[in-house]
Design a protein around this ligand. Structure first.
Ligand code: NAP
Length: 301
C-alpha cells in the first residue's frame, strides 16, 4: 500500500510530493494531462521568493525533476473517484486502482470559458486560452484579449510583441491585475483598452474575423480581429470527488489553511481549494502543509 497518493502534478501536487518523499513516505502523483499545471503557460515568473526571474516551463520542469529524483512516481492517469475505506483510501483512475493511507487533492483549476455562441466551434480557429502557446500564429494580426486579471495583462504584453494591434476588453472599468504591470502595458503603442464591454457575438465563417462588443448601455461596436485570447480566470475541476468530499457552490474543495477536507486522511492543496489568494507561492505552501499533515497522521496510526 502507498503512503500518499497526490492527485495533480501542478505546483501544489509536486510540492506535496517533495515533502512526502523527504519525510520518508512512498508517494505517487496522478496527472491526467502534463506536469506543471497552470504555471507552464506563464512566460516569466518574477514573484516567487528567491528566484528573480524564471519561465513557468523551467519552474515546472525543475519541480518535476526534483520530485522524481526523490523517488516519487508520476503516473499519467486520470483520477476518477476516491473511496473511503476508513484506515485506507482507494483512488481509482481510468486505468488502475491504488490503495493508500492518505490522499491529497491538488487538481488546480482550468480556464473559464466565455459561454457565448460558437465559442467551441472557434476554439483552435481563432479562439485561444493560452497566449504563450498560440500567440505566434497571430503574428502581424489584430487580436482581442478578454479579461483584466494578471493573466490577461501578461497575455496582452506577450501578444503586443507579435501582433499588429491588441485590444484588451474588460467588463468593468478597473483591472484586477497588479497596477505595475498595467502601467507597463499602457506604454505599449499597439495596445488599446476597451472598458465596460463584453463580447456579444463572434463573426467568421471557419475562423474568427471579428467580434461584436456590447457596452453597459447596450451599445454595440464591431471590432475586426482575427484572434480572441480568453483570460477570464479559472474554474476548479473537482466534480469527480463531490460524492465524498465537501465542495462549495463554485466547485472548490472546502478546506482552511490546514488543508484538511471533511474526510479524515484526505487533504487538499493549491488552487482547487477554498482560499482568497491563489498564487504560485500559496500553491507550494499548501503542498507542504497538506503533505506534512498526511505524514503526521500516518506516523500516529
Ligand atoms: P482573475 O484574477 O480571476 O481575473 C479574471 C478577469 O476576468 C477579471 O478581470 C474578471 O473581471 C474577468 N472576467 C471573469 N469572468 C468574466 C466573464 N465571464 N466575461 C468577461 N470577463 C470576465 O484570473 P487570472 O488573471 O487568470 O488570475 C488567476 C490567479 O492567478 C490570480 O490570483 C492571479 O493573481 C494569479 N496569476 C498570477 C500571475 C503572476 O503572479 N505572475 C500570473 C497570472 C495569474 P472582474 O474583475 O470584473 O471580475
Amino acid at each position: 500500500m502507498l503512503d500518499v497518493v497526490i492527485i495533480g502534478a501542478g505546483t501544489a501536487g509536486m510540492s506535496a510530493g517533495i515533502y512526502a518523499a523527504r519525510s520518508g513516505k512512498t508517494a505517487l502523483i496522478l496527472e491526467k494531462k502534463a506536469y506543471g499545471g497552470q504555471i507552464i503557460n506563464t512566460p516569466n515568473v518574477e514573484n516567487y521568493p528567491g528566484i528573480k526571474s524564471i519561465s513557468g516551463f523551467a519552474f515546472a520542469t525543475g519541480l518535476y525533476e526534483q520530485v522524481t529524483a526523490l523517488g516519487v512516481k508520476v503516473a499519467f492517469e486520470e483520477a476518477v473517484s476516491i473511496e473511503d475505506c476508513g484506515d485506507y483510501k482507494v483512488v481509482n483512475t481510468n486505468e488502475n486502482s491504488y490503495e493508500t493511507k492518505a490522499v491529497i487533492i491538488a487538481t488546480g483549476a482550468k480556464n473559464r470559458q466565455l459561454g457565448i455562441d460558437r465559442e467551441e466551434q472557434f476554439t483552435g480557429a481563432g479562439i485561444s486560452y493560452c497566449a504563450t502557446c498560440d500567440g505566434a500564429f497571430f503574428r502581424g494580426r489584430d487580436v482581442a484579449v478578454i479579461g483584466g486579471g494578471n493573466t490577461a495583462v501578461e497575455d496582452a504584453l506577450f501578444l503586443s510583441n507579435y501582433c499588429n494591434k491588441v485590444y484588451v476588453i474588460l467588463r468593468r472599468d478597473v483591472f484586477r491585475a497588479d497596477p505595475k504591470d498595467v502601467e507597463i502595458l499602457k506604454d505599449k503603442e499597439n495596445v488599446e483598452f476597451i472598458y465596460n464591454s463584453n463580447i456579444a457575438k463572434i463573426h467568421g465563417e471557419n475562423t474568427v474575423d471579428g467580434i461584436e462588443l456590447r457596452d453597459k448601455e447596450g451599445k454595440e461596436t464591431f471590432l475586426k480581429v482575427q484572434g480572441i485570447f480568453v483570460a477570464i480566470g479559472q474554474v476548479p475541476d473537482n466534480q469527480s470527488f463531490q460524492s465524498l468530499i465537501s465542495i462549495d457552490d463554485a466547485g472548490y474543495v472546502i478546506a482552511s489553511e490546514d488543508c484538511k477536507t471533511n474526510v479524515e486522511g484526505i487533504y487538499t492543496a493549491g488552487d482547487c481549494r477554498t482560499k482568497s489568494v491563489r498564487q504560485l507561492t500559496t500553491a507550494a505552501s499548501d503542498g507542504a502543509v497538506a503533505a506534512l499533515a498526511a505524514c503526521e497522521r500516518i506516523n500516529k496510526n
